[in-house]
Design a binder for this molecule. Structure first.
Ligand SMILES: Nc1ncnc2c1ncn2[C@@H]1O[C@H](COP(=O)(O)OP(=O)(O)OP(=O)(O)O)[C@@H](O)[C@H]1O
Ligand SMILES: [Mg+2]
Length: 332
């Protein structure tokens, strides 16, 4: 097939905040996807979505399908931008549609749907102005996060607060720096898990990945913060979590976690691939934090490929499975 790969390339630019490009794709990821697609006999055109003529490229160059990993340019619907252009031009693409991408990018809205579906998610409150009265039912410690970011942007250990005064300070900081609402959630003490759903002809839930931060003591970090994600594997900084795949869970816990992830995938209406982040509390309740319909696909570092490898897949097979799932869906 003639495939176009749409992406946002991570760049070096010291004039931008240090986390500005965190959501974007490294050259290594882009090259790995291209060579995986080529190894399966496809021809590939790679397009950075910063390319100003993206729309006219697709109007003038027919491709069979787009392999989309683009985060988009800006704003609250950014991940839907490329799919919207492709829908308009009637070009099939991998992964979720405009609606699911926009929804998943809004954590608070997603959580409302999860609650309505009976899927556990931490109790929360959305702060739009920063002047709202804190809901007294919320129990400290609370974590404050930007409502519409990924890659743990704006999430570090001092986002976990135990006093109202610190909470309002952090909420204000997030609203003004990230120019969006701040999501305040009860902090769930427990195991960090992430679950991959892959539709390769049937719906497969990959072996659950557990991320253990007890090996990160030197870094001072104790959850999947921006520092841990950005500098993952750096032994000087101590940002070296240990991965267990499959996760160390009882069979009942495993079943509950997988069910929560699959229900989330379906509630948000994801296609082909998703990764749901979960915290399993001490009582064994799987609290869904969020779903990522565009999970990172770095062959060495990203969580999703690690789970695919544990299921016995090679990177090339994973990429082909995503492509084939999308291609089949678009044939019917
Ligand atoms: N309510 C919570 N309780 C405990 N830990 C939390 C909570 N919310 C976030 N965290 C921690 O912060 C990390 C990042 O949070 P979250 O997944 O919401 O952000 P993100 O930026 O969307 O992440 P991603 O990199 O997966 O896109 C989580 O993986 C977890 O370690
Ligand atoms: Mg996450």
């Amino acid at each position: 097939m003639k495939v176009a790969l749409t992406y946002n390339l991570k760049k070096k630019d010291d004039t931008k905040p240090p986390d500005y490009f965190s959501e974007f794709d490294s050259e290594e990821t882009i090259k790995a996807i291209i060579s995986a697609l080529e190894s399966k006999g496809h021809t590939v055109e790679a397009l950075d979505v910063e390319y100003p003529r993206l729309f006219s490229y697709f109007r003038n160059n027919r491709v069979d399908i787009v392999f989309n990993i683009a985060e988009g340019k800006c704003g609250r619907f950014r991940e839907s931008e490329v799919p919207a252009v492709l829908d308009y031009l009637d070009i099939p693409y991998t992964g979720s549609n405009t609606f699911s991408l926009a929804l998943a990018l809004n954590k608070a809205l997603t959580k409302k749907i999860l609650k309505a579906e009976g899927i556990p998610t931490p109790e929360f409150q959305l702060f739009t102005t920063g002047k709202e009265t804190l809901n007294p039912a919320l129990k400290f410690p609370l974590i404050v996060k930007p409502n519409r970011e990924g890659s743990a942007k704006g999430i570090n250990k001092n986002n976990v607060v135990c006093r109202e005064e610190d909470l309002y300070k952090k909420v204000q900081e997030i609203i003004s720096f990230y120019k969006q609402e701040a999501l305040v959630e009860e902090f769930i003490d427990g195991k960090e898990l992430t679950v991959g759903v892959l539709e390769d002809g049937k719906t497969t839930i990959l072996p659950i990945l557990e991320i253990d931060f007890s090996t990160c003591k030197k870094s001072g970090e104790y959850f999947y913060s921006w520092r841990i994600k950005e500098y993952q594997g750096n032994s000087d900084l101590g940002t070296t979590p240990t991965f267990y795949c499959p996760a160390r869970l009882t069979s009942e816990e495993e079943a509950r976690v997988k069910e929560a992830a699959l229900k989330t995938h379906r509630a948000v209406g994801c296609f082909d691939i998703s990764r749901t982040d979960i915290r399993l509390d001490k009582k064994g309740i799987p609290y869904v934090l969020e779903i990522n319909p565009l999970p990172g696909l770095n062959p060495k570092e990203s969580n999703f490929p690690l789970m695919a490898y544990a299921a016995g897949m090679q990177y090339e097979e994973l990429i082909e499975a995503i492509l084939m799932s999308a291609s089949e869906r678009n044939r019917v």
